[in-house]
Design a binder for this molecule. Structure first.
Ligand SMILES: NC(=O)c1ccc[n+]([C@@H]2O[C@H](COP(=O)([O-])OP(=O)(O)OC[C@H]3O[C@@H](n4cnc5c(N)ncnc54)[C@H](O)[C@@H]3O)[C@@H](O)[C@H]2O)c1
Length: 193
């Protein structure tokens, strides 16, 4: 897909991988919206690249829908390119000191990383399906961020590895579901950066 002029949404674009991704797309001439829980950081990056910033907790499906509507409005169209970078890297033993269990860490990690990716992917795909197809039948692309931890989780990464394993596992069924609309789905599994 020719990136220049396309509408792009990057989640977690206020920091790290997401910020670098947003800068990259802006450098290629795309119109970039950054969705982040931390609006101040999102606005700082958006201001730097001439993009727009919207606030949402990716774990909140309704908030994600509203943020996507707002981003689409400000960009002039729904995003054709969506990169999910929002995530948390909480670490905890399954059974910690004095027998303390880590369900709260597990729940939060799954909610942000896995449910958050699902929320953004589903809301974005529904809007992408309504876009006019490009010359080659393509409508859009969704890139989700897993991690090398999905298959090589370290001690303390049970929750993180489970969340990233879910992202890796749902990639293929999502790609199969959206292929007929000309929407590609992929997952990346970075190592430490
Ligand atoms: N840093 C690494 O070594 C590494 C390695 C492999 C995979 N990853 C993955 O890459 C992605 C980006 O990592 P990073 O190191 O750049 O992270 P980072 O902490 O620098 O940035 C994450 C961004 O996500 C936002 N965010 C967090 N929770 C959110 C929520 N509930 N809703 C919306 N936004 C939220 C934060 O505000 C922040 O701006 C993550 O999914 C991470 O798991 C990172």
């Amino acid at each position: 897909m020719l990136i220049e002029g396309q509408s792009v949404l990057v989640t977690g674009g206020g920091s790290g991988l997401g910020a670098a991704t947003a800068r990259h797309f802006a450098g290629e001439g795309a119109k970039v919206a950054i969705l982040d829980f931390d609006l101040g950081r999102a606005q700082a990056v958006a201001g730097e690249i001439g993009g727009v910033a919207v606030q949402a907790d990716v774990g909140d499906a309704a908030a994600v829908g509203a943020a996507l509507d707002e981003a689409s409005r400000q960009l002039g169209s729904a995003p054709r390119i969506v990169v999910n970078c929002a995530g948390v890297g909480l670490a905890a033993r399954i059974v910690g000191r004095e027998g303390k269990l880590s369900f709260d860490v597990f729940e939060k990690t799954l909610r942000v990383n896995l449910f958050g990716t699902f929320n953004v992917m589903s809301h974005a795909a529904r809007r992408m399906m309504e876009l006019e197809a490009l010359e080659n039948g393509e409508r859009g692309v969704i890139v989700n961020t897993a991690s090398v931890a999905f298959e090589d989780g370290q001690l303390g990464q049970a929750a993180y590895a489970a969340s990233k394993g879910g992202i890796a596992a749902m990639c293929l069924p999502a790609a199969r579901e959206f292929a007929r609309y000309g929407i590609r789905v992929m997952a990346i599994a970075p190592g430490l950066f």
